[in-house]
Write a protein that binds this ligand. Structure first.
Ligand code: HEC
Ligand code: HEC
Length: 153
């Protein structure tokens, strides 16, 4: 009886030691030592390209129903407030100083409400443009991935 208990205890001890040796030391994906304090990520600046020149290439969409990414700087137009929505100055129409620009689609206009001058009014769920449309920084992915987007609109 005593021998069996000792045998079992020893077996458990060996299993634990072997188990520990087989596990390699964890390595942080950020390259930091696990026990060191977090480093703040590098600050990236958004694209500074001004809109309205027709020179910025539109960014291909990567999935159906994706809100298109903003290819120009938005600094001058945020924050969007109740009184002032700078995005609408351009995107409510499809032309700016004789050049074509992407106009907001029909989904962005109310089907029932009209503006005071009778023109189509912006649907309120689409008023805060930057909840869906975001500007871009030149950042490389932190980890490799094999995502392939559907590039057709
Ligand atoms: C001065 C005019 C102007 C203003 C203001 C403006 N845009 Fe633009 N926007 C453009 C033009 C022109 C393009 C086409 C690319 C270019 O030439 O920069 C564009 C492109 C875009 C696109 C890409 C559309 C697509 O089909 O890929 C989005 C999204 C967008 N703008 C959102 C915004 C948002 C959100 C704001 C406000 C924060 C804003 N824009 C303010 C002129 C403007
Ligand atoms: C709730 C999310 C959402 C909000 C808020 C929003 N959009 Fe969009 N936007 C989309 C989606 C999704 C699309 C692509 C499909 C479509 O046209 O509805 C789009 C498309 C666009 C396009 C390209 C239209 C085209 O036909 O290619 C422009 C330009 C645009 N939005 C500008 C704006 C502006 C300016 C605002 C603010 C006044 C705004 N959006 C608010 C989701 C949004």
């Amino acid at each position: 009886m005593k021998k069996t208990v000792v045998g079992l205890t020893l077996a458990t001890l060996f299993a634990t030691v072997i188990g520990c040796a087989a596990t390699s030391t964890p390595v942080s994906m950020r390259g930091d030592a696990i026990d060191s304090a977090d480093r703040a990520p590098e600050v990236k600046t958004y694209s500074e390209k001004t809109p309205g020149v027709g020179e910025q290439k539109l960014i291909s969409r990567t999935f159906l129903t994706q809100p298109p990414l903003v290819p120009h700087s938005i600094e001058k137009y945020v924050p969007i407030t109740f009184e002032d929505n700078g995005c609408l100055e351009c995107h409510i129409t499809d032309e700016l100083r004789g050049k074509k620009l992407p106009k907001m689609g029909a989904s962005h206009f109310s089907k029932t409400v009209k503006a005071e001058d009778g023109s189509p009014a912006v649907e309120m769920s689409r008023y805060q443009c930057d909840t869906c449309h975001v500007p871009q920084v030149d950042a490389k992915p932190l980890v490799e991935n094999a995502f392939v987007g559907v590039t057709k609109k």
